[in-house]
Design a protein around this ligand. Structure first.
Ligand SMILES: NC(=O)c1ccc[n+]([C@@H]2O[C@H](COP(=O)([O-])OP(=O)(O)OC[C@H]3O[C@@H](n4cnc5c(N)ncnc54)[C@H](O)[C@@H]3O)[C@@H](O)[C@H]2O)c1
Length: 259
């Protein structure tokens, strides 16, 4: 007898990008999604054998597909590679960010365009590219979710990554506009600071950590990715059927405060 499907994401087929360590926000998303009944396919960038090793710690066996979001061939072949493992997608998670060192840590005034262009390509434009690559596999009711860090303000040390996130937040609204007629939702989760590989590559990241520890109304755990992952799951689920172009803050309430 077939086992009854249960869980928030029962029966949903998800593509999750952005796992590089078990601290990655995407790792928590994949883990919780499997626990909530989803079938998960991962994509990995660069160090595939490392991503595969991390993937083996997940509660189910998951395939890993190579994807560099700046590689046009990877993008054009993605749908075919996904369909060799699942017959369609109900959700796509974009959990990708990168900026060259010159763009971070106070280098705003000096970063050259080539570096800024890389940051925008990987961290902003790729949300649209990834979604377009997956669109042939999606149907009405599907959802895409990305990760941002509150881009309504200028932060010390975040520099061009902040600009990239502002672009991502705008792209999220435009995706909501253009995908709405297909019945597909696009939303972002705006997380507080979390100690991941990407965060550790930002010189001066500890400034965020101190600030959140002191000010977040609910307090903030820098090593707990689960609250952000839970919000991603909720947005992928059927419980936000009329929400799109939205940004859900998972930051202990920090964004709601004045100076
Ligand atoms: N950690 C934080 O404090 C924090 C807060 C808010 C938002 N975010 C966002 O969450 C997302 C995930 O980051 P994380 O903190 O889990 O760090 P992470 O280092 O675990 O994940 C970043 C991922 O981006 C991938 N990546 C980089 N370049 C790529 C490319 N060209 N093609 C495909 N993938 C590529 C890396 O392989 C890695 O898996 C990012 O968008 C990040 O900006 C992080």
């Amino acid at each position: 007898m077939e086992e009854a499907l249960s869980g928030l994401l029962a029966g949903k087929r998800l593509l999750v990008t952005g796992v590089i360590t078990d601290q990655s926000i995407a790792y928590s998303v994949a883990k919780l999604a499997i626990e909530e009944g989803a079938t998960v396919v991962l994509t990995g960038f660069g160090r595939l054998s490392l991503v595969e090793r991390i993937a083996r710690r997940l509660p189910a066996e998951v395939p890993v597909i190579e994807l560099d979001v700046t590689n046009a061939e990877h993008l054009s072949g993605l749908a075919d590679r996904v369909t060799s493992t699942v017959d369609g997608l109900d959700g796509v998670v974009h959990s990708i960010g990168f900026a060259p060192q010159s763009c971070l840590g106070g280098g705003f005034l000096d970063a050259p365009w080539e570096d800024v262009a890389t940051a925008l390509h990987v961290s902003t434009y790729s949300y649209k590219s990834l979604v377009m690559a997956c669109l042939p596999l999606m149907k009405p009711g599907g959802a895409v979710v990305g990760m941002t860090f509150d881009a309504t303000k200028a932060w010390p040390v975040y520099d061009w990554m902040g600009v990239a996130k502002a672009g991502l937040e705008s792209a999220n609204r435009y995706l909501a506009l253009h995908l709405g007629k297909r019945g597909i939702r696009s939303n972002l989760v705006s997380a507080g600071p979390l100690r991941t590989m990407a965060a550790k590559s930002i010189p001066g990241f500890e400034q965020f950590e101190e600030s959140w520890a002191q000010r977040a109304p609910l307090g903030w755990n820098l090593t707990d990715q689960e609250p952000a992952a839970r919000a991603v799951l909720a947005l992928l689920s059927d419980w936000f059927p009329a929400t799109t172009g939205e940004i859900v803050h998972v930051d202990g309430g920090y964004h709601a405060l004045g100076a």
